[in-house]
Design a protein around this ligand. Structure first.
Ligand SMILES: *Cc1c(COP(=O)(O)O)cnc(C)c1O
Length: 391
C-alpha cells in the first residue's frame, strides 16, 4: 500500500467493539484483570495503552520500520534512543543539530561519562576521522536546524555498519513522507512529532522507529521503566495529524519553494538556504535521499540583527515562535531563539550568524505569504536608505 493509505488505515482499523472508525481515546490508567493468574494485553497505561499502540504501529509503518515507540516529546525520544549507550561509549554527532539535542549531549550525557565528537554535517570523511574504538553511535540530523545542511545517510551508514556502529537520524525536518532513514541504512529514526507529524502546533510528542528486535526490546523497556510516555489524548491528536501528512507536506513544500525562489533574488536578502533550490550546496544529495524538500527555509538578511528585528516586527502572517511544522507560518531568529543558549563562539562554529531568519512555511495561500514577506522586506529597504552613513 502507498504512504497515504498507510497513514490513514494502518494501525487504525475500526474499533472491533463499537465500529468507531477512529481509534478510541482510551483515557484510562489501568485495565481490569480477569483474575490473579491472567493478565490482559493491557494492564497499566505507562507500560501500554491501546491508543498509544495504534499510534506506535502507524509510526513504524510510515518510516517503513518494524517497531515504533511514542514518547512524551522529541527530547524524550532522543533520550530513549541514546539508551543504547553506556558510560565509556563515544558518539560522533553532526555539529549543526537541534539545540536541545546538543544540550542533552553536553549537559546530560557527558557528566555520565559518555564522550561526544562533532563532525562536519555534510563531510562524510569527517565522521570517519572522529571514530575511535569506543564509538558506538553516529547521530545525524538531516536536513539540520537551522541551516538545512544534509548528511549523506547511506554513505555514513555504510561506514558505520563496517565498524559495528549504530546510526540514528533525527528525521523531524523532512518527515517520513519525504525521507525514510531506515531505508537508507540507518538503525534508528527519531522524530519530534510536535512538528510535521502532529502538524497543527497543538501537541508535544516524540517517536523512535527501529528494525532490530533487540534494540526495540531495550528501548521499549526503557520507555516502560523511565515513563516519558504520551497520554492517550496526545497520541490521538498525533494520529489525527498523520492522516493528512501527505497533503500537508506537499503543500508546505510548494509554498516553501515558491518563497525560496522569491527571496533568492531579493535585494535585502544575502543568502537563502533551501534544499530544493539548485543553489543549495547539496541539492543533488537532497534529490537522491529525499523525495521532496519540506517546508523549512532559512535566509540571511543584509542588514544584520537590526534588519532581522525590523522584519520580524513587520511580518503579519508569520508568527514569531520557536516551533515549526504546523499549518500556520512561523518565523524565528536562530541566534536569539533556538540556539540562543549557545555561546557566540559555539554559534559561530555552526555558521549561525545574527542575521539569520528561519521560516516554517505554513499552508496559507502562497500569494498571501508572498505579499506579507514583500511588504515587510520593503520596510527594510527603506530603512536602509534612510539610515545615516556608517551605522
Ligand atoms: C523540536 C525538535 C526536537 C525536540 O522535540 P520536542 O518535541 O520539542 O521535545 C528535536 N529535534 C528537532 C530537529 C526538533 O525540531
Amino acid at each position: 500500500m502507498q504512504f497515504e493509505t498507510l497513514a490513514i488505515h494502518d494501525g487504525q482499523t475500526p474499533d472491533p467493539q463499537t465500529g468507531s472508525v477512529t481509534v478510541p481515546i482510551f483515557q484510562t490508567s489501568t485495565f481490569e484483570r480477569e483474575d490473579l493468574s491472567h493478565r490482559r494485553e493491557f494492564f497499566y497505561s505507562r507500560i501500554g495503552n491501546p491508543t498509544r499502540q495504534a499510534l506506535e504501529s502507524t509510526l513504524a509503518l510510515l518510516e517503513n520500520g518494524r517497531f515504533g515507540l511514542a514518547f512524551a516529546s522529541g527530547a524524550a525520544a532522543t533520550m530513549a534512543a541514546l539508551q543504547v549507550l553506556r558510560p565509556g561509549d563515544h558518539i560522533v554527532s553532526a555539529l549543526d543539530i537541534y539545540g536541545g539535542t546538543y544540550r542533552i549531549f553536553e549537559q546530560l550525557l557527558r557528566p555520565w561519562g559518555i564522550d561526544i565528537s562533532y563532525a562536519d554535517n555534510e563531510d562524510v570523511e569527517s565522521y570517519s576521522a572522529c571514530i575511535v574504538p569506543e564509538t558506538r553511535l553516529i547521530w545525524l540530523e538531516s536536513p539540520s536546524n537551522p541551516l538545512l545542511r544534509l548528511s549523506d545517510i547511506r554513505e555514513i551508514a555504510s561506514i558505520a555498519r563496517e565498524r559495528g556502529i549504530l546510526v540514528a537520524v533525527d528525521n523531524t525536518f523532512a518527515s517520513p513522507y519525504f525521507q525514510r532513514p531506515l531505508e537508507l541504512g540507518a538503525d534508528i529514526a527519531v522524530h519530534s512529532t510536535t512538528k510535521y507529524l502532529g502538524g497543527h502546533s497543538d501537541v508535544i510528542g516524540g517517536a523512535v522507529v527501529i528494525n532490530d528486535p533487540a534494540l526495540h526490546t531495550a528501548i521499549k523497556n526503557y520507555q516502560a521503566a523511565a515513563g516519558a510516555i504520551p497520554g492517550p489524548w496526545d497520541c490521538w491528536l498525533i494520529m489525527r495529524g498523520i492522516k493528512t501528512l501527505k497533503i500537508r507536506m506537499k503543500e508546505h513544500e510548494a509554498n516553501a519553494l515558491h518563497l525560496a525562489q522569491l527571496l533568492e533574488g531579493h535585494p535585502a536578502v544575502e543568502r537563502v538556504w533551501y534544499p530544493g533550490l539548485p543553489s543549495h550546496p547539496q541539492h543533488e544529495l537532497a534529490k537522491r535521499q529525499m523525495s521532496g524538500f519540506s517546508g523549512m527555509l532559512t535566509i540571511a538578511l543584509k542588514g544584520g540583527l537590526p534588519a532581522v528585528e525590523l522584519l520580524l516586527a513587520k511580518l503579519k502572517l508569520f508568527a514569531l515562535a520557536d516551533s515549526l511544522g504546523g499549518v500556520e507560518s512561523l518565523v524565528a531568529s536562530p541566534a536569539k531563539m533556538t540556539l540562543g543558549a549557545l555561546s557566540v563562539e559555539e554559534r559561530t562554529k555552526r555558521g549561525c550568524s545574527d542575521n539569520l531568519v528561519r521560516m516554517s512555511v505554513g499552508l496559507e495561500h502562497a500569494g498571501d505569504l508572498e505579499a506579507d514577506l514583500l511588504t515587510a522586506l520593503s520596510a527594510l529597504k527603506q530603512s536602509d536608505t534612510h539610515a545615516p552613513e556608517g551605522t
